[in-house]
Design a binder for this molecule. Structure first.
Ligand code: NAD
Length: 328
């Protein structure tokens, strides 16, 4: 069992502690938080130690989750890497790309694992698509949330859009070539609603919208590619696939025929599939994979480099937004 700890046990860190306590391949040793009463409560709930300092916790474990506010990720992570500790860092990896680069370099030198908490990679709707050939040429995504003062210290790009940026970067096998973006602060002092257009070297374009001032919640992504349209609903954990196939093709998954299409001599049918979704607790699953990666010395599913790439695109989007000429 891998001895693990959690640093920062607020909203998300307390869930990490609970999950680690329940994962058979990990042993939750204890937690640390600068708010000692919070640390004591979470430690008591899980029957583990509330350490009085970060150093004491780091001496007792081999891996930690860092779920402190993003502005503190770098300092906490750098200290833990110095002590030879593997890291699961909540998203976004750090506040700046330069900080992420330093952490990734340090972890590489010390042969330590960094996994980043881009949890949507483990959404059942995304996992359900693993047997499909995904090669989108146009992507439309909407992540809309109702207003909540939590998280408004950073632009909606870093808070919400970064989830979709990471997913899109993992789906499109090509570098980003050009970024255009717009966004405005409506309620808070930072950008509350933003739209970005990412253009990839292979011609794919992603049109990404994120808002935290919506009346209704929506987390959807639509992928368009040759002969297929794929719709992903992150809130419902549902994937739907519409494909054009040869008229006599047999499918191994349950399909519904929606119609036929005859173009020249080629006769094809339009089919609808709902790939089977496995009930998955995404947080538990990403932590299990982190423990496996550390224990086996294998690669993290969402690596420090992945976290750095998503952050770098998010920062470029924010720069474009800051360059807009807006008369308020
Ligand atoms: P929170 O404010 O609820 O909790 C943060 C905790 O960290 C607090 O208990 C605070 O006392 C403690 N803390 C602050 N500085 C510390 C330090 N130097 N050492 C130890 N403890 C310290 O915040 P949260 O909502 O749980 O967010 C934490 C992180 O998780 C952020 O980076 C955030 O972006 C990320 N997050 C990710 C997701 C996701 O979907 N993956 C969702 C929400 C938050």
């Amino acid at each position: 069992m891998l001895p693990v700890g959690v640093i920062g046990v607020g909203h998300l860190g307390s869930l990490h502690a609970k999950m680690f306590a329940d994962i058979p391949s990990a042993k939750l040793i204890g937690v640390f938080d600068i708010d000692s009463s919070r640390a004591k409560n979470v430690a008591a709930e899980n029957g583990v130690t509330a350490f009085g300092s970060m150093d004491e916790l780091l001496q007792s474990v081999e891996a930690v989750t860092i779920a402190t506010p993003t502005a503190t990720h770098f300092d906490v992570a750098a200290k833990a890497l110095e002590r030879g500790i593997h890291l699961f860092i909540e998203k976004p990896i750090t506040a700046t790309v330069a900080q992420a680069e330093q952490l990734v370099r340090k972890a590489g030198e010390k042969r330590l694992t960094i996994q980043v908490g881009h949890i949507e990679r483990f959404n059942p709707a995304i996992l359900a698509l693993e047997h499909y050939h995904i090669n989108p040429m146009f992507i439309e995504s909407h992540r809309l949330a109702q207003f909540n003062p939590r998280g408004t210290d950073v632009a909606v790009v870093l808070d919400l859009m970064i989830h979709d940026i990471d997913i899109i970067l993992s789906l499109v096998n090509s570098p980003v070539e050009k970024i255009e973006a717009n966004g405005i602060p409506v309620v808070s002092e930072t950008t509350d609603i933003a739209n970005a257009r990412l253009q990839f070297a292979n011609g794919c374009v992603a049109n990404v919208t994120a808002s935290r001032i919506s009346q209704k919640k929506m987390r959807k992504m639509r992928l368009f590619q040759r002969d297929a349209y794929i719709s992903i609903d992150f809130s419902e954990g549902l994937a739907e696939v519409f494909r054009l196939v040869d008229a006599n093709e047999q499918s191994s998954t349950p399909t519904m025929m929606l119609g036929e299409l005859e173009l020249g001599a080629r006769k094809r049918k339009i089919i609808y599939e709902q790939p089977a979704v496995k009930e998955t607790n995404a947080l538990r699953y990403e932590l299990e994979l982190f423990v496996d990666a550390v224990s086996s010395g294998g690669a993290a599913v969402v690596s420090g480099q992945d976290g750095m790439r998503a952050l770098s695109v998010a920062h470029e989007i924010m720069e474009k937004i800051n360059q807009q000429k807006i008369v308020l």
